[in-house]
Design a protein around this ligand. Sequence first.
Ligand code: ATP
Ligand code: MG
Length: 93
Amino acid sequence: MADPRLRVIDRRLSTIDHIIAVCSGKGGVGKSVVASTLSLLLARRGLEVGLLDLDFTCPATHLILGVGDATPEEERGIVPPSFHGVEYMSLIY
Ligand SMILES: Nc1ncnc2c1ncn2[C@@H]1O[C@H](COP(=O)(O)OP(=O)(O)OP(=O)(O)O)[C@@H](O)[C@H]1O
Ligand SMILES: [Mg+2]
């Protein structure tokens, strides 16, 4: 039987218009700075923005954005904390 969570993921992703991947094959080139800045600028333009930091080795956007002690809550799934209009999720959680 198919994993029911896959359908939930599909449904939630269906409301997202654009996904911008910030990635590189090299370390230390500015991915975290670009991803953080881009999300803040897009949110300031009035767009609904989420930032998902999928850096497995050294996630840093929580430091750049000053996330502090805020943690996600759970309510029929995960509710990410929001900073400066950016809904934030990271592997640090
Ligand atoms: N446009 C830029 N001009 C000058 N310095 C920058 C620029 N973008 C990032 N830096 C600096 O380069 C360093 C690495 O940036 P950042 O941490 O964003 O890179 P990264 O690709 O996320 O690194 P990692 O691979 O370790 O995750 C930081 O010290 C940052 O301040
Ligand atoms: Mg980084």
